[in-house]
Design a protein around this ligand. Structure first.
Ligand code: GLA
Length: 335
């Protein structure tokens, strides 16, 4: 018996660095998938097409390899009371690695879907996202919010997924007719991504504490920010203004107003650059080029510190967009 499942790459359209502050996010998915086949087996072993290697779980702790993500989901299932013997996995697909499209979430969600089928587990798609997030945060040891796993498990191509990361409620909205989501990779490795990410998390937690709140989500009054020393004031200003932008973006989607959505993306990028300080000169350059090449808007996507931007581009202008951006930034890769 063999189960086969897939899960898509996620891209965040708006709501950068808000998910660990209990805020709002608006991701979508791209037509790139990780495919996982699973067969019942004692213990965990796997073959990865991308790495062209077979790995067998032997030791009692994570070993820092891609196999950790698969051991992690089996571990998370056991933590949640679903003891399974294990599985042999075969991993393939075309989600680009290291670009910021959350190949790890796609791998974990696809593996959990395959295990759900194989062992007839009574878990729904939201639970799959939570198990995947727990595996990544507690087993693999990468502190992340809930956005990536929820997007990969719950979003559908052609739709945006609005998530309230505090209540975990979500809503699907149709994306714009006649416009395309394009990811442009800067082809620069993400530097300091993990330490920078953890530092921003700590700064946000401290800003909330100084304001007497548990989460920055609860702080609505811009006037409160005047009390904060730097850099906490800037960090909090980003998170609070970004939450407002996500809500405005919902209205823009409902009104089919791609121009307004694009303006919000650009405002998000500026805030991530100036107040949150997670951009790089390459990402700033790509955003500028994207706008000059006819995009409605563009912003860095994912954690920042390198990686990629996302742009909303009129379908009719796609060829021109690819040509112009490539001319200005020859290493650019498009997804
Ligand atoms: C990374 C994390 C997400 C989110 C983004 C920033 O992609 O995995 O949970 O925090 O950064 O928006």
């Amino acid at each position: 018996m063999k189960a086969r499942a897939k899960a898509p790459a996620r891209v965040n359209l708006l709501g950068g660095h808000t998910d660990y502050n209990g805020g709002f996010v608006l991701p979508s998915v791209l037509p790139y998938y990780t495919v996982v086949e699973a067969e019942p087996r004692e213990g965990v072993s796997a073959y990865s097409d991308a790495f062209a290697e077979e790995r067998v779980y032997q030791q009692r702790a994570p070993d820092g390899s891609w196999l950790d993500y698969l051991v992690g989901v089996v571990w998370a299932l056991a933590q949640a009371g679903y003891q399974i013997p294990g599985a042999h996995f075969n991993v393939s697909g075309n989600v680009p690695l290291g670009v910021g499209l959350s190949s790890s979430a796609a791998l974990q969600v696809a593996a959990l879907r395959a295990l759900r089928w194989l062992y007839r587990l009574p878990i729904d798609d939201l639970e799959i996202a939570m198990l995947a997030q727990r595996a990544e945060a507690e087993y693999v040891g990468v502190r992340c919010g809930v956005m990536d796993q929820m997007a990969s498990s719950l979003a559908k191509a052609g739709e945006a997924l609005f998530i309230d990361t505090r209540s975990l409620s979500f809503r699907r909205l149709r994306l714009f007719e006649g416009a395309r989501i394009v990811v442009v990779d800067s082809a620069r490795p993400r530097r300091l991504a993990e330490s920078g990410y953890n530092q921003r998390r700590a700064e946000c937690a401290e800003a909330a504490r100084l304001l007497g709140a548990e989460l920055l989500r609860e702080v609505a009054e811009p006037a409160d920010l005047a009390l904060l020393p730097e850099p906490y004031r800037r960090r909090a200003r980003h998170v609070i203004s970004e939450n407002v932008r996500v809500i405005k973006a919902l209205r823009a989607l409902e009104a089919a107003d791609a121009d307004e959505f694009g303006r919000l993306m650009l405002a998000s990028h500026r805030s991530l650059k100036q107040d949150f300080e997670v951009s790089t000169p390459e990402l700033d350059r790509l955003v500028e080029l994207a706008l000059a090449a006819g995009a409605y808007g563009a912003r860095l996507t994912g954690a920042g510190f390198g990686g990629a931007i996302v742009a909303l581009v009129p379908e009719k202008g796609l060829e021109l967009f690819y040509g112009e951006v490539s001319r200005g930034y020859p290493e650019a890769r498009f997804y």
